[in-house]
Design a protein around this ligand. Structure first.
Ligand SMILES: NC(=O)c1ccc[n+]([C@@H]2O[C@H](COP(=O)([O-])OP(=O)(O)OC[C@H]3O[C@@H](n4cnc5c(N)ncnc54)[C@H](O)[C@@H]3O)[C@@H](O)[C@H]2O)c1
Length: 314
């Protein structure tokens, strides 16, 4: 999607953190922005911020797991702005750290509902609307760097974000004859309210307190903070940076939108391990003729080298 002015972006989880960064980047490019977020007070604050900047906005309280509510929200967005062009499936929660066999079933279901089913709901509801009007469009889903290099102890988070990557890769195949693009956004660490939002949603849904991330379990002593000669202000990034990177990726038609070159080493190791794991046997040319789409996928050829970008500041 190359022309943004006057087009409409529908952004889930758009009232905070990375989603808000993406929303601001859209507004700065002259787009109408629909902020669809479960947190009503954050939606109201965001609408005020946008109105103060004279940025066209519609704020909607939406739980992405609720299919009927999603349809209503999409109808309201079209009623206000006519058409939706850019869908950003960004709403997501953090998941308590723990070994999978120790996770509560309720946490597993909640994480699947929001981090995976919410993305499917967005695609099912909005993509047909974009295809129907025929103008150029794009879908971005926020996965995580955890989908590329899994974080120890976060099976649920890693695997659901990996599922989002696969959804967007397959969507790119399924949309390749259209003028609608597909990208997966895999950010590294960004300043956001993920811990707080996830804790709030979890306690509302499951009636439990969310332990703060990395907190010691009952009976354990907190480990001393690591002594590192590091300026953390140079490590953590702001959502404005995420927004600029996402919009640049949409404009370029990137299938993958990454934020930190630092994670390439982990990916290279993973890709090399997978390559080494194929048995050292000759290919069967007949197999390739019978199952061409099983052995090769042309969508990867489109991804071009991404130049560096100075991190955007607040
Ligand atoms: N912040 C990071 O370092 C980081 C890194 C990698 C990936 N991510 C991903 O980025 C996305 C945005 O997270 P963030 O870090 O900006 O956190 P955030 O909590 O600041 O923003 C997430 C927003 O999503 C909303 N939300 C949660 N569940 C929802 C639901 N069911 N329906 C609608 N809205 C819902 C929350 O209310 C919140 O406003 C998430 O998918 C997260 O997994 C974040």
């Amino acid at each position: 999607m190359v022309n943004f002015t006057g087009k409409t972006a529908f952004i889930t989880g758009g009232a905070s953190g990375i989603g808000l960064g993406i929303a601001k980047a859209c507004a700065k490019r002259g787009m109408n922005v629909v902020i669809a977020d479960i947190n009503k007070s954050a939606v109201d604050e965001t609408v005020t911020l946008f109105e103060n900047n004279c940025w066209p906005v519609l704020g909607l309280q939406l739980d992405v797991t609720d299919r009927a509510a999603y349809k209503k929200a999409a109808d309201e967005a079209e009623y206000k702005f006519g058409k939706i062009h850019l869908l950003v499936n960004n709403a997501g929660i953090g998941v308590p750290e723990g070994k999978l066999w120790e996770d509560k079933n309720e946490d597993i279901d909640l994480a699947i509902d929001i981090n995976y089913r919410g993305v499917l709901n967005g695609i099912k509801e909005i993509v047909p609307r974009i295809l129907r009007h025929g103008e150029e469009g794009h879908v971005v889903s926020t996965a995580s760097k955890a989908a590329i290099v899994p974080v120890p102890g976060f099976t649920l988070y890693n695997s659901l974000k990996m599922a989002v990557v696969t959804v967007m890769e397959t969507l790119a195949v399924d949309l390749r004859e259209t003028n609608v693009g597909s990208s997966v956004f895999c950010p590294g660490p960004y300043q956001s309210n993920l811990g707080y939002s996830s804790g709030r949603i979890r306690s509302e849904r499951l009636g439990v307190e969310m332990p703060s991330f990395g907190a010691p379990k009952d009976g354990e002593k907190a480990p001393p903070p690591p002594r590192m000669d590091v300026d953390f202000t140079k490590v953590i990034r702001y959502p404005e940076d995420a927004g600029e990177r996402v919009l640049r990726g949409v404009e370029r038609g990137d299938l993958y939108i990454f934020t930190h070159a630092d994670f390439k080493r982990g990916w290279d190791a993973r890709a090399a391990a997978i390559s080494k794991a194929f048995p050292d046997e000759p290919d069967n040319p007949d197999f390739q003729k019978v199952f061409p789409m099983l052995v090769y996928n042309p969508i990867y050829e489109k991804q071009e080298k991404v130049p560096g970008l100075a991190p955007a500041v607040k």
